[in-house]
Design a protein around this ligand. Structure first.
Ligand SMILES: Nc1ncnc2c1ncn2[C@@H]1O[C@H](COP(=O)(O)OP(=O)(O)OP(=O)(O)O)[C@@H](O)[C@H]1O
Ligand SMILES: [Mg+2]
Length: 349
């Protein structure tokens, strides 16, 4: 089997794996990043079979993974478990590491041979939270190693730049509006000039909308994900969503401005650049228009030519990770070629 590098987006809500098929097309597998543990007994097994649910047995438990866990949790009135919270592996789910490995295997499979590189996304340093990614990265590296990969970290915003700004010479602003975090990368010819994350994103909107409307968070998320246009709210619920979306977007832009103005060795952008928005939170109707509105309200330090959505907002990070891995493979191949040329010159002397 051919050796195939991988890209992996490890998100609070979704996991996405990217690989090239034999024709060179990029294939993405997306999965809800959650699971449900069920005690094994003949009754539950029968039910899982009846529901045609895919599950794995591990120790004394049965684990249902991804979307099926969601559906089954409703039927059984149980709460699903999520390995991550607010952008990183949750310490409350410390015993979920083996299950995380199974979820990763479901989206990228096992390596065809040991040592295949897999680039995985990590959040950039947060501006408004206190965490580091040491534990987070450790868990992911361990899971990848068990599947035969060598894991390599890639900043999520940078992955968006890799995926979406090739035609702009990798110069511009890539932003992933995810579930747990927003990740920003201002890039100049592939080099990140400013990269950071904030903790106001999809979950933050749900929590606040739920609070003001007196409903639970799951319900708030369901309303948000179904047919809302934040340029054209239809009722009180939509209006609450608009208020928090506008706040989230202006907060993100204000943070880019502040970071950009305070950072040292900032490149000068002679030409206007594009802002590319990815991530599930950017899928709401009217998102780009509201970013444009909010941009007009501040003196943004970088000239902007256009705001646009990523081609496939839920897949951009995984695709960017894969492209980075492929790029590295090419460089390594070139180096090996150079090296063998040198060797053969030496040996022919
Ligand atoms: N159609 C939609 N409209 C609005 N929001 C949506 C839509 N679909 C999904 N979302 C939201 O997108 C978020 C998940 O996006 P995404 O998969 O990019 O996050 P993630 O990568 O798992 O999280 P993170 O990068 O923050 O760790 C959730 O908050 C979800 O409610
Ligand atoms: Mg993400």
């Amino acid at each position: 089997m051919a050796r195939k590098v991988r890209g992996l987006d490890v998100g609070t809500m979704n996991l996405a794996g990217a690989v090239q098929d034999d024709k060179g097309n990029i294939k993405i597998k997306l999965m809800r990043h959650c699971f449900l543990d069920v005690d094994v007994n003949p009754f539950t097994k029968k039910m899982l079979l009846q529901q045609k649910v895919q599950y794995v047995e591990f120790g004394k438990k049965v684990y249902v993974l991804g979307e099926s866990a969601f559906e089954l949790a409703n039927i059984m009135n149980k709460v699903i478990r999520r390995p991550m919270k607010a952008g990183v592996m949750s310490p409350d789910e410390a015993d979920a590491a083996p299950i995380f490995g199974l979820l990763v295997e479901a989206v990228i499979g096992k390596a065809e041979e040991p040592g295949i590189p897999c680039y995985y996304s990590v959040p950039a340093n947060p501006v408004d939270a206190d965490f580091n990614i040491v534990y987070h990265s450790g868990i992911i590296l361990g899971a990848l190693k068990n599947l035969g990969y060598v894991g390599k970290e890639m900043n999520e915003g940078h992955a968006v730049v890799f995926s979406e700004l090739a035609e702009q010479d990798f110069t511009g602003i890539g932003i992933s509006f995810g579930g747990g975090m927003v990740n920003v990368c201002v890039s100049y010819k592939t080099i990140p000039a400013v990269a950071f994350s904030t903790s106001r994103s999809g979950d933050w909107i749900d929590k606040n909308v739920a609070h003001v409307l007196g409903i639970n968070q799951t319900r708030a998320a369901a309303i948000k994900e179904k047919g809302v246009n934040i340029k054209n709210p239809k009722n009180r619920e939509h209006e609450a969503i608009v208020i928090y979306y506008r706040n989230l977007i202006s907060y993100t832009l204000a943070n880019i401005k502040a970071k950009f103005e305070s950072a040292e060795n900032i490149p000068h952008f002679p030409d206007p650049v594009e802002i590319v928005c990815s991530g599930g939170t950017a899928l709401i109707g009217g998102f780009v228009e509201v970013v444009e509105d909010e941009l007009k309200k501040i003196e943004f330090p970088i000239p902007v030519s256009k705001v646009r959505l990523a081609e496939e907002p839920l897949n951009a990070t995984a695709k960017g990770c894969l492209l980075a891995a492929l790029n590295d493979e090419e460089i390594v191949a070139e180096e090996v070629k150079e090296d063998t040329k040198g060797q053969s010159k030496k040996s022919s002397k």
